[in-house]
Design a protein around this ligand. Structure first.
Ligand code: 16G
Ligand code: ZN
Length: 574
């Protein structure tokens, strides 16, 4: 580390909001962009150290604040195989940021302690001196914050030589693209290939999609649906545009030779950062249960005939979430939401069907475990549908992708996880992959389909683009209309409210956030209230990990009862 340079660049980047207290939250650091410089600098430093600590594997940095408003931004670190930062390093990230926020002396003291404690060797650099890939979403503050990260990485310049840590500025891309790029880079490294660019993302996912088209005889331009994608005026639209144009150029089954009219992107003004997530995007649609700006109701919705089905979906600002919906007429009550729970149940039904067809279940010693991971926010009827109708296993974890992902990997060979808000993916164990590969030669279509899905779904993290393609493929293969999908079960009416309290940290939960252990006695009162609302009722309270507030969720057999239950529990909390 070049100490002279470090001090100079610390002074340049870390003095504008001395004393600010940072915390690595559910999905990294996330604040108003004006207070982020210090934490950008320390995150840059930490990611190089993490890279050296992991024998020089490539680490990712994503600059984004997802569905937050345009004035916010944030940063998170991505591990070599594309996972979220190891949880034991989250507090290190927090402590390093806060030491820098205090003073240069505190920063250097903590930095030295960290380097020593982790045994990070900055002297013998024969293996390299760290390798980092940085990506950002379309926010206005992105380029400025990127500069700070680059400054930090630059401090690792080795003595007076030109050797510096390797850093790749991957530009504007979606969060899941960055995760995927980091993963592919590390795989390529072990294969001793040269650096790869984001082209690998498009190559891999278009290949998988086209393989499915070929296997089932559908084509991108002759989908059974007219699909409108609301890109939240974020980076997802711009990347999706690239994907679509590739899919159409590569698709060999072009019949009319014309371009598609059945996939369109709205809210695609990613170059106007002040429009980001404004009255559009997955979070807006899920929260308000209505169409976003720019999507008109499908008044000409027709239930019969090919190519007349209309379906919409919304991405969030960094395109790691997707939810679907349709509305048959102007009447708001005809708005039908197909959220993360519905995506889970659709994939669960699909893989159950494929496994039956594949013959893999016949050999009992295969013992293939398929299951769905949800959070407390999953609609009670979705859980019932999975366990009672599909007769599949469900597990519940605390909110936050890292928890769901971990559970899906630990417990299942095919682990399907989605938060109700649309963030999720499917993970396939090495065991199922090799079972599939070993039996595939017999021309079994179901096996081939599973194999393609292991490539169509982004293995690293929830990905709006890849999940969307997955859903479209399932609807085509199972020959389901959006209404069929919607009619598999009916949601219990529910209500989510936010309560601002003096200190949200006193709200501590257990049992995957479904019960409070603190404040003492509160859970008893909630239980009492819930039982007075009848059998289908449920409510839970948890402190938000991204906002200074407490969230109250309630569901019951009618909309009025769900709303009243949420309100009453809210009163108990405040
Ligand atoms: C973050 C999480 C998201 C979770 C949300 C909950 C990731 C990548 N993102 O956005 O999964 O649903 O936080 O927010 O893990 P809350 O704690 O404010 O309710
Ligand atoms: Zn997001």
């Amino acid at each position: 580390i070049n100490l002279q340079l470090l001090e100079k660049l610390y002074n340049k980047n870390c003095t504008s909001n001395k004393g600010f207290k940072y915390a690595y939250g559910t999905a990294g650091f996330r604040y108003n962009a004006d207070v982020l410089n210090t934490v950008m600098f320390t995150t840059g430093i930490l990611s190089v150290l993490r890279s050296i600590y992991l024998q020089n594997k490539t680490i990712g940095i994503m600059i984004t604040a997802s569905h937050n408003p345009p004035q916010d931004n944030g940063v998170k670190i991505v591990e070599p195989m594309g996972e979220m930062l190891d949880q034991s390093w989250e507090s290190i990230a927090t402590d390093l940021a806060n030491s820098a926020s205090n003073s240069y002396n505190d920063f250097i003291t903590y930095l030295n302690h960290l380097i020593k404690d982790k045994g990070i060797d900055l002297i013998d650099t024969s293996n390299g001196i760290g390798s980092v890939i940085v990506g950002r979403d379309s926010r206005e503050s992105g380029p400025r914050l990127l500069e700070t990260v680059l400054d930090a990485v630059y401090c690792f310049q080795h003595d007076s030589t030109e050797r510096v840590s390797k850093i790749l500025d991957a530009g504007i891309l979606t969060t899941p693209q960055l995760h995927y790029l980091v993963y592919k880079t590390n795989v390529a490294k072990t294969l001793e290939k040269n650096e790869i660019g984001i082209g690998c993302y498009f190559d891999d996912f278009t290949r998988a999609w086209l393989d499915l088209c070929e296997l089932y005889g559908f084509s991108t331009e002759h989908l059974k649906f007219a699909l409108t994608i609301d890109a939240a005026n974020g980076v997802g639209g711009f990347q999706m545009e690239k994907m679509i144009s590739l899919l159409f150029t590569l698709c060999k089954t072009t019949v009319d030779g014309g371009n598609s009219t059945n996939i369109s992107i709205v809210n695609n003004d990613w170059q106007k950062p002040n429009l980001l997530n404004n009255k559009c995007g997955a979070d807006y649609v899920k929260t308000n249960q209505c169409l976003p700006n720019g999507v008109v109701s499908n008044s000409k919705f027709s239930t019969g005939g090919e190519n007349t089905q209309k379906l919409n979906c919304s991405f969030d600002g960094d395109a790691d979430r997707v939810i679907f919906y349709y509305q048959d007429n102007e009447n708001k009550s005809s708005f039908h939401l197909l959220d993360g729970d519905r995506i889970s149940t659709l994939f669960a039904k699909f893989f159950q069907h494929l496994l039956k067809e594949s013959g893999l279940l016949d050999a009992s010693d295969n013992d293939i475990k398929v299951g769905v991971v949800q959070t407390a926010y999953a609609n009670g009827n979705s859980t019932k549908y999975i366990t009672e109708v599909l007769k599949m296993d469900v597990s519940c974890t605390p909110t936050g992708v890292k928890h769901l992902h971990h559970e899906a990997v630990e417990k299942y060979d095919i682990g399907i996880y989605f938060e109700a808000n649309g963030h999720g993916t499917i993970v396939f164990s090495e065991k199922i992959k090799s079972l599939v590969n070993n039996s595939m030669s017999n021309g079994n279509k179901a096996l081939k389909t599973i194999e393609i899905f292991t490539r169509l779904i982004n293995r690293t993290v929830g990905d709006a683009i890849s999940d969307m393609l997955g859903v479209l493929a399932v609807l085509c293969i199972l020959n389901l209309t959006p209404q069929d999908w919607y009619n598999e079960y009916s949601d219990l009416p529910n209500k989510l409210i936010k309560v601002v309290v003096p200190d949200r940290t006193v709200f501590k939960t257990t049992n995957a956030e479904r019960q409070l252990v603190s404040p003492a006695g509160l859970q008893g009162k909630i239980d009492e209230l819930v039982s007075s609302y009848g059998a289908d009722s449920r409510s839970f309270v948890r402190a938000s990990g991204t906002e200074d507030a407490v969230r109250v969720y309630a569901e019951s057999s009618t909309k009025e009862m769900a709303e009243s239950l949420a309100e009453k529990v809210g009163q108990l909390v405040s």
